[in-house]
Design a protein around this ligand. Structure first.
Ligand code: TEU
Ligand code: CA
Length: 559
């Protein structure tokens, strides 16, 4: 067994500040608004908050384009507000994890403004500037997540700069030791305030090969990733970051790392390698779509189980998993993997929460997931705010897809589903704000909101609260946090069943992923029912009738 860490049995709650709670009536969520709702998170039981960026930013990508790492964006508040948030959270036993966005900065960051000013500026080499090819074209054929090409030409200095995201998010040059040092100093600045750690934005993209070669793989996402994802240099920089910064603090670090396999997961999270606590992989959120091409595919439970099984087993004792259904870039899980109709919304949301929280790793809850908030229907492309939605729309139209089909894709996958305001109560604007919010609320807020959830003992909110308590409990904590994972019936396309074993303790998790009643047979003697999202008592599983979206956690210990 791996050495125990404080973040092993803790649950993380993610806040997207712009959409959480607006305290001053300007339609934008802010830090005082978060402070006012800390008791919501405390009640839920999460011990860590991951705060999406609140730093000074022109907000081209809603804060993932930072122009000053040591200042707070005025629409979110002040540094004093941020200090107060850290202190107020600490009083409730909650630590704050901030978003470290250091693959790129904003093009309005003073570093980039200087870098762009001339070829011989001392900060020129802080970003990635290259000459055009002989024919005047881009330095290589890499693509970007948010634009067709990863290079932008600067007319005045006649060179291209690299941006894996928008052209307003130029990539920093991590090969330059001055850049790395500036980032490490900035990390100390924040960690000294008593942060609980960092979520590191696309951290596996910081190592670019010195020769910037052309991509040759074009059918598996943003062209170029074979060169800039998980490059050996990235691991070297992370070890240096650990040595210079992280080893001096007892913190959680989670790397956001698209294009990773369980072996990469070991490389990043094996404690002996001194890199990160854990990573977010993207395999399970890539089953039902090819994101880069904006193509919808069917969700397939057998594939989902195979993916979770390999991560659960291959990191056992060799690293640490993070567990998530959603975040600020993903649609709402109940709409995506469950059933968001009135009849089955709560049932299926509880089922999804149960299967996630009973696995091994640190679970993440994205704001509103605990209320089973749903995707929203957008009626026209200009109702979206997200720059990725706009880019994907253009791509689809250019490919000859109809407007209706393009809207259908975005109504399934747009990042804005996660970004519509939190639904606090049935008042106008869902209690999020007193004015028209920056992104319109989902009209279903009178029925789906926090106040309704608090008042209903059978709500998804209390179900999540119970799952979080179990992970910290004397009786089931160890088996949930450290127990061995074993997948049952890998080919069953309707039911996800697995067991967790720790010493004499064994639990069985059974989840019906369909809206139909199903009968299943398992060889286990039920000692006790631990969780059930229906009110029946399950005493045996030799032949068990599973109701639509039913989820069971059963103690099947043998002693
Ligand atoms: O996301 C990185 C990333 O790979 C996403 O663009 C991803 O393709 C998609 O959104 C997930 O479905 C991170 C942040 O989480 C995202 O909000 C930022 O826009 C992006 O980096 C740039 O900083
Ligand atoms: Ca505000």
């Amino acid at each position: 067994i791996i050495q125990r860490q404080w973040w092993h049995n803790a649950v993380v709650y993610q806040i997207y500040p712009r959409s959480f709670n607006d305290s001053n009536g300007d339609g934008i969520g802010d830090i005082p608004g978060i402070i006012a709702k800390l008791d919501h998170i405390k009640q839920l039981g999460a011990k860590i908050i991951w705060l999406s960026p609140v730093f000074q930013s022109p907000m081209d990508d809603n804060g993932y384009d930072i122009s000053d790492y040591c200042a707070i964006a005025p629409e979110f508040g002040t540094m004093a507000d941020m200090d107060r948030l850290i202190a107020q959270a600490a009083q409730r036993g909650i630590k704050i994890v901030m978003d470290l966005v250091v693959n790129h900065t904003s093009d309005q960051h003073p570093w980039f403004i200087e870098s762009k000013s001339s070829i011989d500026n001392p900060k020129r080499d802080w970003y990635i500037w290259k000459d055009a090819k002989a024919d005047g074209s881009e330095p290589n054929n890499w693509e970007s997540f948010f634009t067709p090409k990863a290079w932008e030409f600067d007319v005045s200095s006649e060179q291209y700069y690299l941006h894996l995201f928008s052209e307003k998010q130029p990539d920093l040059n991590w090969a330059n030791p001055e850049v790395r040092d500036a980032i490490y100093q900035m990390m100390h600045f924040w960690l000294k305030k008593g942060l609980g750690g960092f979520r590191m934005d696309v951290i596996n993209m910081i190592g670019k090969p010195a020769d910037y070669p052309d991509a040759s793989i074009f059918d598996q996402g943003v062209a170029g990733w074979e060169h800039w994802a998980n490059n050996g240099l990235c691991h070297q920089y992370l070890r240096e970051m650990h040595d210079q910064v992280l080893q001096h603090y007892d913190v959680l670090t989670v790397g956001e790392t698209p294009f990773t396999t369980p072996l990469d997961g070991q490389f990043y999270s094996n404690p002996a390698r001194n890199e990160l606590s854990m990573i977010f992989h993207f395999e399970h959120v890539s089953i039902d779509r090819e994101e880069h091409n904006a193509v919808k595919k069917d969700f397939n439970l057998v594939e989902y189980k195979a993916i979770m099984n390999k991560w659960q087993t291959q990191l056992q004792g060799k690293g640490w998993n993070s567990l998530y259904w959603s975040n600020h870039d993903q649609p709402r899980p109940v709409s995506r993997y469950g059933d968001d109709s009135d009849a089955l919304r709560n049932r299926s949301a509880k089922m999804l929460g149960t299967v996630l929280h009973m696995m091994s790793g640190t679970p993440y809850v994205y704001q509103g997931e605990e209320l089973a908030m749903t995707n929203k229907t957008f009626h026209a492309i200009d109702e979206f705010n997200d720059l990725m939605a706009k880019f994907h729309y253009q791509k689809m139209i250019a490919r000859g897809i109809s407007e209706t089909q393009a809207m259908d894709y975005l109504n399934t996958f747009s990042r804005d589903h996660a970004r519509v305001p939190m639904q606090w109560n049935a008042e106008q604007y869902a209690g999020f704000s007193t004015t028209e919010p920056w992104l319109a609320v989902n009209p279903n807020y009178p029925n789906i909101n926090a106040e309704v959830s608090y008042a209903d003992p059978d709500s998804v909110f209390y179900h999540y609260q119970n799952l979080i308590k179990l992970r910290e409990s004397e009786a089931y904590g160890d088996v949930l946090v450290y127990g061995q994972f074993e997948l049952i019936d890998p080919e069953d396309a309707e039911v996800f069943a697995y067991s967790r074993t720790f010493g004499n303790k064994k639990i069985l998790v059974i989840a019906n992923f369909t809206g139909a009643a199903l009968t299943r047979h398992y060889q286990a003697a039920v000692q006790q029912q631990v969780v059930n999202n229906y009110s029946d008592q399950v005493e045996q599983v030799q032949s068990v009738l599973l109701q639509p979206y039913q989820a069971l956690v059963l103690d099947i210990s043998s002693d």
